[in-house]
Design a protein. Structure first.
Length: 194
């Protein structure tokens, strides 16, 4: 297995020369970080570039393994998440958690993709009953989401094909058991890149 520095070098070679992050950093900036052996900085810039530049699941897997080797747990989890997204697609939405007084959660949940709640996305059983679908939740730009708070989230459905009918503006609900604990409005449905 390659070491972290080799994986970072190989990942850079998978990007087009003109790839640029939203903050203006480029592939050449990453190469400069590599020359200085600034591996964590190089990894961070690669993640920034890949957040706007379409890349393969293999690219994200290389970054995930490099992050694991450098003991960067959050980056490792994020890169694994993005690898999954590249292969399966994702649903982005704005989620508002209901407060306990509204029948919602009593405490915050970690926003790093570990929570796997059921969702009402409009599916019905043959008998016409609500048919819930499981999706992991990653909260964008926040470590957690508490009752009464609103944040943009990324959803990783257990069965992505069942979510393809969603479109921006659709409203879906997050559940715990059968009770609704959150309401989300779909921002976008991203198809697999593979």
């Amino acid at each position: 297995m390659d070491d972290a520095s080799t994986l970072i070098r190989r990942a850079v070679d998978l990007l087009p020369e003109g790839a640029v992050a939203e903050n203006g950093q480029t592939v050449e900036d990453v190469r400069g970080d590599i020359e200085l052996q600034e591996w964590e900085l190089a990894l961070d810039v690669l993640i920034e570039i890949a957040d706007v530049q379409p890349v393969s699941g293999t690219f994200w897997e290389m970054l995930a393994e490099a992050a694991r080797q450098m003991a960067l747990d959050h980056n490792h989890r994020w890169c694994l998440w993005r690898s999954w997204e590249a292969e399966h697609g994702t649903v982005r939405a704005t989620l508002t958690l209901l407060g306990a007084d509204e029948g919602g959660r009593r405490n915050a949940f970690d926003g790093d993709g570990r929570l796997r709640p059921p969702w009402d996305i409009g599916d019905r059983s043959a008998e016409g009953r609500q048919d819930l679908n499981i999706a992991r939740v990653w909260v964008e730009f926040a470590p957690e989401l508490a009752p009464g708070e609103t944040a943009d989230v990324r959803l990783a459905p257990l069965r992505p094909e069942r979510w393809r009918h969603l479109k921006p503006g659709d409203v879906i609900t997050m559940h715990e058991a059968r009770s609704a604990v959150g309401i989300a409005e779909v921002i976008e449905v991203l198809l697999p890149r593979v």
